[in-house]
Design a protein around this ligand. Structure first.
Ligand code: NCD
Length: 304
């Protein structure tokens, strides 16, 4: 049995198969309408979510399966003090597969150890978010046409942004990737990522503060929200939250085919005036999340 806790739990070749299946689903969704009939997906969400939870649920419903779960820790027995280990032991007998989101780094890994059904990490604290990464890769592959030879800018909260950490982890496995890490000093990527992932693999990257200066170099710009819920004090959040606001003026500095991605939710970091720019693909990206999760559920339940 396979669990998806980190984006690198799939090899590059498995990931390529997953994206191919997702593309087949996009081409012919009807073909897959019954493949998970009689199967149940449990969504255990101890943290807020819109896209991740609902796209998981839409994915399972699109495959003919059923869904059950909770959408906040308050409405589950976690509020009474139950451990993740005990919860998953029980859920294992109620469902065939589960997606778990938790504020604590490592909670989905703990769940997987005590689970007898496949566990998918749907975001653990400021650590990882593998299914967002698969969504991002499907978006890049489909709309940019390649996953190699790219200069990729990450902008905003690179310290707490789990989508950034996950995507960097996954993208270092492709050829000729250059990362431009754009953030204020306080929100730079964690040391482990710089040392153990970027430096250890001789990955080409630069860390800068100024977004305008690097705009012309980028093939992709991955914008992120400053992660309010991970800050220790509100003053720091208020001081840093509007460091970057992508607007029409900044977009004029970019390549004509540079794509803007964002895992969403957006707060202030992308001006809504950008939404009509054909290079802004974040809503399309959210749509791809359903297809990639359909493909992942099929692979983990071995119906593909
Ligand atoms: C992201 C997350 O939860 O990490 N959202 C998502 O799943 N699409 C990004 C964020 O909350 O900023």
């Amino acid at each position: 049995m396979k669990h998806i806790i980190s984006p690198t739990d799939l090899t590059v070749s498995e990931l390529s198969d997953l994206l191919i299946l997702a593309e087949e689903i996009i081409q012919n969704p009807k073909k897959y309408y019954n493949v998970c009939q009689g199967k149940k997906l449990a969504t255990l969400f101890y943290e807020p979510s819109t896209r991740t939870r609902l796209s998981f649920e839409a994915a399972m419903l699109n495959l003919g399966g059923n869904i059950l779960g909770f959408s906040s820790a308050d409405s589950s027995s976690a509020a009474k003090g139950e451990s993740v280990a005990d919860t998953i032991r029980v859920i294992s007998s109620y469902a065939d597969i589960c997606a778990i989101r938790h504020p604590k780094e490592g909670a989905p890994l703990v769940a997987s150890i005590h689970s007898s059904i496949p566990v998918i990490n749907a975001g653990d604290g400021g650590h990882n978010h593998p299914t967002q990464t698969f969504t991002d890769l499907l978006t890049i592959k489909n709309l940019k046409g390649r996953l190699n030879n790219l200069t990729v800018g990450f902008c905003g909260d690179l310290k707490f942004g789990r989508t950034v950490h996950s995507l960097i982890n996954a993208m270092v496995r492709y050829d000729n990737i250059h990362f431009v890490l754009i953030s204020p000093e306080e929100l730079k990527i964690p040391t482990y990522l710089r040392e153990e992932v970027l430096n250890a693999n001789n990955i080409s990257y630069q860390e800068v503060r100024n977004l305008e200066a690097v705009m012309p170099d980028l093939d992709l710009l991955y914008m992120t929200r400053v992660q309010k819920e991970r800050f220790f004090n509100e003053e720091d959040y208020i001081r840093l939250k509007d460091t970057y606001i992508l607007d029409t003026k900044k977009m004029q500095l970019a390549k004509e085919d540079m794509l803007v991605l964002h895992p969403l939710p957006r707060v202030n970091e992308i001006s809504t005036e950008i939404d009509s720019d054909p290079r802004a693909v974040y809503f399309k990206q959210a749509e791809y999340g359903v297809y990639v999760r359909m493909a992942l559920i099929m692979k983990l339940l071995e119906v593909a």
